[in-house]
Ligand binder design. Structure first.
Ligand SMILES: Nc1ncnc2c1ncn2[C@@H]1O[C@H](COP(=O)(O)OP(=O)(O)OP(=O)(O)O)[C@@H](O)[C@H]1O
Ligand SMILES: [Mg+2]
Length: 430
């Protein structure tokens, strides 16, 4: 369908921009953040941390920062820094050893895939054959460590047929990193979406367990990203003090950059000059405001609108007409959501208050919202949650974290409830 609009692909793709030249062209309005990320990665060996609201652009800015560092250091021989382009995730079910295997397999695969580049750039004198043999054995990559028969910690007998013990693989990768990099060089690994660990207690435990192993390896630099205060909270652990850097806060993109964002995408993906973006910069900015400056959600709704436009065979005269159609469509979306929701007045009041606070609050602030205990507030939060208007994390030892957050549907409903008030403001602002 994008061809019908004159584009090679989805103009409103919600994936992070990639850590390459195209990602660099698509990323707008982040000069200061890039500078901060780069000086922290290149100047220190401690773990760089990034914190920011959901969908704000954390992963994108880190990937482009990593790519730029790689470019800047590519003539430094063994002092080069090389970006691992696919971020990792920690999840609560996975063991520390499984995570390490994932990371090491990724590093080994990267060296194998880019062998020529790595050999010449790093003057690498190291045979990749044994690593390749290890990676090619499907037993080594599928399932959990215990299931693959390594039996670490479970007292099981290692599976002889694998012919390779996991620790042998780890030390092979360690030797590779030592052969490839000097003190200044290394691979840049990103651990993304730390908030999926849910509680700061789990996040802290997982990070503490990495402190003396993966976080202190020769040849690996780490960047941690997370939303809803989890990074800041985990970084306050005594055991991690001095090892995790102070988080870099990524704020929503400045409204002035929206035009650049659309232009960059149009320039990148247009088939020819007749291409017309279904959502203009003005409409994009409007949705961006309604959706509390969440870029990922804004892009998603722009994609949905494009689909509607396409599938309903809508015709339009000019950009102003398209803007009008977008505005009506968005109002209809929020109206439709509103109609399907049934929550008590007390919960509506709470939703309005959370929105007024910028979209997230901490359960410990219950008094500010007229509840005498966080349990009482919890009941109303649950109603909002069941209606899909907010997300919240249940048990958390860190009561200061703003773990109750309004999601896209909540913002659209708010848009309806406030009589579409943001419209006039956004027209002036952009
Ligand atoms: N500075 C930017 N310029 C242009 N596009 C951007 C920028 N930042 C983010 N985007 C786009 O916005 C969307 C969300 O970005 P990204 O996934 O990096 O955000 P995030 O904060 O990591 O989100 P999440 O909370 O989902 O992890 C992506 O489609 C990405 O391509
Ligand atoms: Mg992300």
């Amino acid at each position: 369908m994008w061809k019908d609009f004159g584009f090679r692909r989805n103009l409103y793709d919600t994936h992070p921009v990639s850590g390459d030249a195209q990602g660099e062209r698509l990323l707008v309005g982040r000069q200061d953040e890039l500078k901060r990320i780069k000086s922290r990665i290149t100047g220190f060996k401690t773990v760089v941390t990034i914190e920011g609201p959901n969908g704000v652009g954390k992963t994108s800015v880190v990937l482009v920062g990593g790519y730029q560092i790689e470019n800047d250091t590519k003539d430094n021989g063994k002092g080069s820094l090389v970006l691992m382009p696919d971020p990792f995730q920690l999840n609560a079910e996975e063991s520390a050893i499984d995570f390490k295997r994932k990371v090491y397999a990724e590093i080994a695969s990267y060296f194998i895939k880019h062998e020529a580049k790595m050999r010449s750039q790093l003057d690498l004198q190291f045979s990749l054959g044994p690593l390749e043999a290890w990676l090619e054995n499907p037993l080594n990559l599928s399932g959990s460590v215990a299931a693959a028969g390594f039996g670490l910690g479970g007292g099981r007998v290692p599976n002889e047929s694998v012919g390779f013990d996991l620790h042998g693989f780890f030390s092979l990768v360690d030797r590779l990193l030592k052969a490839a990099f000097n003190e200044d060089g290394g691979v840049i690994c990103i651990v993304d979406n730390l908030e999926i660990l849910n509680t700061s207690q789990i996040a802290r435990q997982r990070l503490e367990s990495l402190r003396d192993d993966l976080f202190s390896k020769h040849g690996i630099r780490w960047v941690l990203c997370g939303a809803r205060g989890i990074v800041r909270s985990a970084a306050s652990s005594q055991r991690l003090q001095g090892r995790l850097q102070e988080p870099i806060e990524i704020a929503p993109l400045n409204g002035d950059s929206i035009r650049d964002l659309i232009q960059a995408r149009v320039a990148e993906f247009k088939i020819d000059n007749s291409a017309i973006p279904p959502v203009s910069s003005k409409s994009f900015a409007y949705a961006f405001r309604v959706l509390n400056e969440n870029l990922r959600d804004t892009l998603k709704f722009c994609g949905d609108f494009s689909l509607w436009l396409h599938d309903s065979n809508q015709s339009w005269e000019d950009e102003a007409h398209l803007d009008e159609l977008f505005e009506i469509w968005l109002a209809e979306q929020s109206h439709a959501y509103m109609d399907a929701i049934n929550v008590p007045p007390r919960a509506w009041k709470l939703l309005d208050e959370i929105c007024l606070q910028g979209g997230s609050i901490s359960p410990s602030d219950h008094k500010d919202y007229g509840f005498n205990s966080s349990q009482n507030m919890r009941g109303q939060v649950q109603r909002l949650e069941q209606a899909g208007l907010v997300v919240s994390e249940l048990e958390d030892t860190d009561q200061r974290r703003k773990t109750i957050s309004v999601v896209a549907k909540g913002w659209l409903v708010r848009h309806h409830r406030s009589g579409y008030e943001k419209h006039e403001k956004s027209q002036d602002a952009y």
